[in-house]
Design a protein around this ligand. Structure first.
Ligand code: 5AD
Ligand code: SF4
Length: 492
């Protein structure tokens, strides 16, 4: 850990630390008590509770990590506020594409102004972007007002890092290259009472040639199945009806455990948990999607009718250079098998346009897969050069105008197919998990179908967290309007 200078930044009575526990999570609970004392001291001086705001960039993994940050901040006495004009602001960052990084630098300028008005304010940065050496160098150089920087491997140490940052007068930086440690049983504050993400594994071993994730999230580590089941049982006891099992590549779950378990076997165990109604998972890699998993999905009563299966490119030539380890034919075969086992499944995907060396023919192969698979929706990305990845040094980067034209063609096709597919469900009555009151119209609530599509319907806050039958009365492109129905499809 690097501490730039030693002088107390904020005015607190520093607690003498004796007998710091060496084992986790006890050590973190010890630091939470100390941090709580500091927060109380500062709140007494301020005359009101200290506030915090966590801003999350990136994927579901980051969203879950942010819930862990919030859990600790609330436990030590901070109160959440919905503005970034707070006593403690954390950015949980993403670095999968360059523009994610640029957004963070832009917003840091705004935070600096808030800090000028509130000198006791703490600014923390964590997440994937912090695992890049160039980023930390730039922050040390030009963003000296940042108080705390940590990465993806030591987020469990947040309480200890808060104490360090509060006691020091300068930037506290703690970045680890990798870890094999998984710390269980730390506080978590869920965003939704009725659904939750559950980490089942961390890291990624795939090294797709365009992707920075293996460099910032480290090697694959799976949690023990019994820890996962115990966590889900506790969540269900606490009112959760839907879980999203999270990992960069869930299909290779369990391979590195002392007693190896497959992802399909884990799903079967999760299915047995009484009271749990829906199971989702993210993200699947086509190369590791097994027949066993397809079978389990076909049999399951709880696994949602949705599979996110990133394609990236439809060209076998490009897939090879991307190091994806499947080709167009294998991908299309997988899709056929899944549709045969789960006929009403929604398929979604990620596609990159403009990977180095992508020709018009390669791009047409991608369009061909899009037309053949007919995705329910697709996230389309313009290739972003990530320093340190093999693709960044490949020659033949595709000109920007060519990429833009291809991207527009792809998006148009994807949207046309999505709208046609969505229309096909209109008139059906299907179960919807009601998730929130509609932001624009308080007389409506918003929920999701098993296939992950969004439905708005007239309703009240007491419906939130319940799974109700809803008749889809109208399709509006990528969402539906609906009405509550009884079991016979009659609206009520
Ligand atoms: N450029 C553009 N898109 C990328 N993705 C990952 N790396 C890059 C990159 N360098 C996309 C992939 C992945 C999704 C999360 O982000 O499609 O599936
Ligand atoms: Fe972004 Fe990837 Fe990190 Fe998720 S794992 S936050 S997508 S870089």
């Amino acid at each position: 850990m690097v501490r730039m200078k030693m002088k107390k930044k904020i005015d607190i009575e520093i607690i003498d630390k004796k007998q710091i526990p060496q084992s986790e999570p006890e050590r973190q609970y010890y630091f939470m008590d100390i941090a709580k004392n500091y927060v109380e001291q500062l709140a007494a001086k301020k005359g009101s509770p200290l506030t915090f705001h966590v801003t999350t960039f990136g994927c579901q993994m980051n969203a879950r990590d942010s819930e862990k940050l919030v859990g600790i901040l609330e436990r030590i006495g901070y109160v959440e506020t919905d503005t970034e004009e707070a006593d403690f602001v954390i950015y949980n960052t993403c670095t999968v594409r360059e523009n994610a990084n640029n957004k963070v630098y832009g917003r840091l300028g705004v935070l600096q102004n808030y800090k000028k008005k509130n000198p006791h304010m703490l600014i923390g940065l964590c997440g994937c972007m912090m695992q890049e050496t160039v980023v930390v160098e730039k922050l040390k150089e030009s963003y000296r007002f940042v108080d705390l920087i940590f990465g993806t491997h030591n987020i469990y140490k947040f309480a200890e890092l808060i104490v360090t940052a509060m006691e020091s007068d300068s930037m506290t930086i703690d970045i680890w290259k990798d870890t094999d440690q998984i710390v269980e049983d730390l506080p978590v504050e869920r965003k939704y009472s009725f659904k939750s993400g559950v980490n089942i594994m961390f890291g990624c071993n795939n090294f797709c040639s365009y992707c920075i994730v293996p460099y910032v999230r480290g090697r694959e580590r799976s949690r023990e199945p019994k820890e996962i089941i115990r966590e889900i049982e506790q969540l269900v006891a606490d009112g959760v009806v839907e879980v999203m099992l999270l990992g960069q590549n869930v299909n290779s779950y369990g391979k590195n455990l002392k007693e190896p378990v497959t992802f399909a076997q884990l799903l079967e165990e999760v299915e047995k948990i009484e009271g749990l109604e829906r199971i989702r998972f993210m993200t699947s890699h086509p190369k590791d999607l097994s027949d066993e998993l397809i079978e389990v999905m076909g049999r399951s009563k709880k696994i949602c009718k949705h599979l996110h299966l990133p394609l990236q490119s439809g060209s076998s030539r490009i897939l090879k250079i991307m190091n994806r380890r499947y080709d167009k034919e294998h991908y299309l075969e997988l899709v056929d098998k899944i549709r045969a086992a789960v006929p009403d499944i929604a398929l979604t995907t990620d596609i990159i346009v403009g990977f180095p060396g992508e020709t018009e023919e390669d791009f047409e192969e991608t369009m061909d897969v899009v037309r053949k698979v007919r995705y329910d929706s697709a996230f389309t990305f313009i290739y972003s050069k990530r320093t340190g990845t093999p693709a960044a040094s490949m020659e033949e980067q595709v000109p920007e105008d060519v990429i833009k034209a291809r991207f527009d063609r792809l998006l148009k096709e994807v949207q046309k197919i999505s709208a046609e597919k969505a229309e096909a469900l209109t008139g059906q009555t299907l179960p919807v998990l009601i998730e929130e009151q509609n932001e624009q119209d308080a007389s409506l609530v918003t929920g999701r179908l098993s296939n992950n599509s969004v439905v708005h319907l007239p309703g009240t806050a007491d419906m939130i967290g319940k799974i109700l039958d809803v008749k889809l009365t109208e399709c509006r492109g990528f969402y539906y309007l609906g009405e509550r129905a009884d079991g016979n499809g009659q609206t009520v």
